[in-house]
Design a protein. Structure first.
Length: 432
C-alpha cells in the first residue's frame, strides 16, 4: 500500500507541473471573480436536489446553474467556472439529475469542448468532482492543461447523486447529458455553434467515456463527437473484480457492488441479504468514507469472506447477474461512432488487457474506428501518466478536424509501444 500511495503522490506532482504548452491567445476573458463561497458536500448541498417536475423536461435540460463555489474560478486558465444541475436518465431509463462543472478558458484558440470524466471510483456522493476538484491535484491538472490549450472543459459527476460507481448506463447517460447541458448554455458560456466535442477519461473515467460513446448512437443521435480518448479501460467489471480481489485495489470491489446496487433496489436487497451480519456495517461504510480511505481499509482483503456463501455465488444469482450484464459489461449497447484512442498497459494489474483487446476486436468487426496502443512499460497507475501525452495529442488533432499521424482513417489498428515517463520521474522523486 505504501508504494501505491507513493506512486499516486508522484503522479500528482508530475501532473501539477503541467506537461503541455499554453494556447496562443485568441479571445481574452478576464471577468471579476465572484465572491468566495465555501463548497458544501453534495450530500448536504440543496443545489444537488432535483427541481419540481424535472421528470417532464428533456434529457440535458439545465435545471440550475451557479458560479462554482470554492477555488475553482481561480484555477489557472479559467475565466469562469459553473456548477450545473441537469436532467439525465439512470440505468433503468428513468429520469434523474446530475451535476457537472464547466470551465470557460481565459483564452480560446478554437471552438472546442472536452468532457473530462475523472476517475473518482466511489460509492460516496461526497467524492463527486464538483466538490472534490477544490482539492484534487490530479483532477485540477487535467482541467488546467485543457484550459491552457484554449478548450472549454466539462467535468461531470457521472455517477449521479446516488454515487452509482460502476453503473455503466447511468455513467454514460450522465456524461452525454452533461455535454447536452453544456451546449444548451452556448450563449452564456460563449461556445460557438461550430464547437467540436470530444471525450476523455482514464480508468474509472474511461468507464463513463466508453459507455457514453456506446450509448450515444441511440440515446443521443444528434450529438457528433469528434473523438474519444480512453485509457485503462474497464471493459468487464466482473473480470476486474476477479483480478483485484485480495490485492491493493480490493476496496474497489466493495465500492463497485454498493455503487451498482444504488441503481437496482432488488440487487441491493439481495446483496445485503448475502453479506454476513457481522460484516454488514463495515461493507456499507463505503457510503460515507472518502474513496482513498475505503481503498486503504479494504486493501489486500479477500472480499469473498464478507459473504455467507462467497462473492461468486452472490454475483451469479440472476437478480445480480442480469444487472451486471446490462450495466457493467461493455460492447452490447451500440458501436461508438467517433474515432477512439484506447491506450492500455500490457501489465495492467486492475483491468486485464485481454478484455480490452476483445472489446476492441468486437467493435472493429462492426465498423468501429479504433487505435489500441499496448504499452509494455508500467501498470495501471503508470499508464495514467505514460499514455497522457498521446491522449492530448489525439484530442488536439480531432479538435483540428483531423486524425493524428498513424491513426487509421477507417477501421482499426493495434500498436505496441514502450512509453515510460512515470518510472524515471518516480526514481527522481525517490532520491530527491
Amino acid at each position: 500500500m505504501g508504494s501505491m500511495v507513493k506512486n499516486l503522490l508522484v503522479l500528482s506532482t508530475v501532473l501539477a507541473q503541467g506537461l503541455l504548452t499554453a494556447a496562443v491567445p485568441h479571445t481574452q476573458r478576464i471577468p471579476p471573480p465572484p465572491p468566495y463561497v465555501d463548497p458544501i458536500p453534495p450530500s448536504l448541498d440543496p443545489f444537488c436536489t432535483a427541481t419540481p417536475d424535472f421528470e417532464k423536461t428533456a434529457a440535458g435540460t439545465v435545471l440550475k446553474i451557479r458560479p462554482a463555489p470554492g477555488n475553482l474560478t481561480e484555477i489557472v486558465g479559467a475565466a469562469a467556472a459553473f456548477n450545473v444541475l441537469y436532467r439525465t436518465t439512470d440505468s433503468q431509463f428513468k429520469p434523474d439529475v446530475a451535476v457537472t462543472t464547466i470551465f470557460v478558458p481565459v483564452t480560446d484558440t478554437r471552438p472546442a469542448l472536452v468532457s473530462i470524466q475523472l476517475p473518482y471510483d466511489s460509492a460516496n456522493v461526497d467524492d463527486s468532482p464538483s466538490f472534490t476538484l477544490n482539492t484534487d491535484v490530479l483532477g485540477q491538472a487535467e482541467v488546467i492543461d485543457s484550459l491552457k490549450l484554449g478548450w472549454f472543459v466539462n467535468v461531470p459527476d457521472f455517477e449521479g447523486t446516488r454515487a452509482s460507481f460502476t453503473a455503466g448506463v447511468m455513467s454514460g447517460h450522465a456524461t452525454i447529458d452533461s455535454v447536452r447541458a453544456s451546449l444548451n448554455l452556448r450563449e452564456k458560456l460563449g461556445l460557438p455553434e461550430e464547437t467540436r466535442v470530444a471525450l476523455f477519461g482514464y480508468s474509472g473515467g474511461s468507464l463513463a467515456t466508453e459507455w457514453a460513446t456506446e450509448l450515444a448512437v441511440q440515446y443521443a443521435p444528434e450529438l457528433e463527437f469528434a473523438g474519444a480518448a480512453m485509457g485503462g479501460l474497464t471493459a468487464n467489471i466482473t473480470s476486474v473484480m476477479q483480478t483485484i480481489n485480495s490485492g491493493p485495489f480490493a476496496g474497489l470491489i466493495v465500492s463497485g457492488i454498493v455503487g451498482l446496487s444504488s441503481q437496482f433496489p432488488p440487487v441491493r436487497d439481495f446483496v445485503l441479504s448475502q453479506i454476513k451480519p457481522e460484516n454488514l456495517t463495515e461493507f456499507l461504510s463505503v457510503l460515507a468514507l472518502p474513496a482513498a480511505v475505503a481503498n486503504i481499509q479494504f486493501a489486500f482483503r479477500n472480499i469473498s469472506d464478507f459473504f455467507v456463501n462467497g462473492i461468486d455465488a452472490a454475483m451469479a444469482d440472476p437478480i445480480v447477474s442480469e444487472a451486471v450484464f446490462s450495466d457493467q459489461i461493455m460492447g452490447f449497447h451500440g458501436v461508438p461512432k467517433p474515432p477512439v484512442l484506447a491506450y492500455h498497459a500490457v501489465q495492467d494489474e486492475v483491468t486485464p488487457i485481454a478484455d480490452v483487446e476483445e472489446l476492441v476486436a468486437r467493435y472493429c468487426e462492426v465498423g468501429g474506428n479504433f487505435l489500441l496502443t499496448r504499452n509494455s512499460a508500467g501498470g495501471h497507475l503508470e499508464e495514467f501518466v505514460n499514455g497522457r501525452q498521446a491522449a492530448f495529442d489525439f484530442l488536439t488533432a480531432v479538435f483540428q478536424g483531423r486524425l493524428p499521424e498513424g491513426f487509421p482513417a477507417d477501421g482499426c489498428a493495434v500498436r505496441d509501444v514502450t512509453v515510460d515517463v512515470a518510472a524515471p520521474l518516480a526514481a527522481a522523486a525517490a532520491t530527491a
